[in-house]
Design a protein around this ligand. Sequence first.
Ligand code: 5RP
Length: 262
Amino acid sequence: MTGELSPIDKAKFVAAKRSVDYVEDGMRVGLGTGSTAAWMVRCLGELVRDQGLKIKGVPTSTRTAELARDVGIEVISLDEAKWLDLTIDGADEFDANLNLIKGGGGALLQEKIVATASDQMIVIADVGKEVETLGAFPLPVEVIPFGWETTKSLIEEMLISMDVLGRDASLRMNGDRPFVTDEGNYILDLHLGRIGAANQLAMVLNQMPGVVENGLFIDICDVVILGFGDGRVETRDINEGTVEEGKLDFLESDNLFTDLQD
Ligand code: 5RP
């Protein structure tokens, strides 16, 4: 069964599988959004069902909330949790300082709020997400629908004074309508090519009227777990300055993987 999966899917799975080793009984855990985070939620659900792991999950989207409930995880709101022990989420890009671009799945606002309210943020990613400089992936910016075209023009104008290669912004679509986030907002994807000063850009964007949040996660992520298509996993901890390598044996976990896939 695992042979039918692409190397990227295997890489996402092994990163997700390793990440749940960080979850302990009694924890309040932020549950990310996206295909890699979905593997992690399924792995956690298995631990809840088969090993009696007791956790409370705070999802970062309606999609994740639905999946978490389906696999048996107790779901609570962030306000009920107040503070989280750990958040595990995917990313669209990460650099050597573990700064991220997120929001490819349109959930960046809740993801940033939840990750910021956590003692630790772990990112799980396939090896293709690692970049030298952020920006090849279009930067998602959540904007309110009112006046979005004006906000888009103002952002493009502001980008002239930023250290970026491209300045085009496009409205994210869902078929022939704008994509609408869980908070009822739109997403502008900024095609920047390369972001030279991510911290500055993140701050300037968030000062603009109409902008709710941007997908740059600066100094939020603590650990990246990087999965490879052959089952290897690399764990990088920015605070400890450590890099650990391991391998997940697909043959041993074949049943688990097959079950989770269904
Ligand atoms: C959703 C996100 C996702 O974490 C990001 O897009 C990565 O997704 P995937 O794991 O499917 O590659 O930021 O808003």
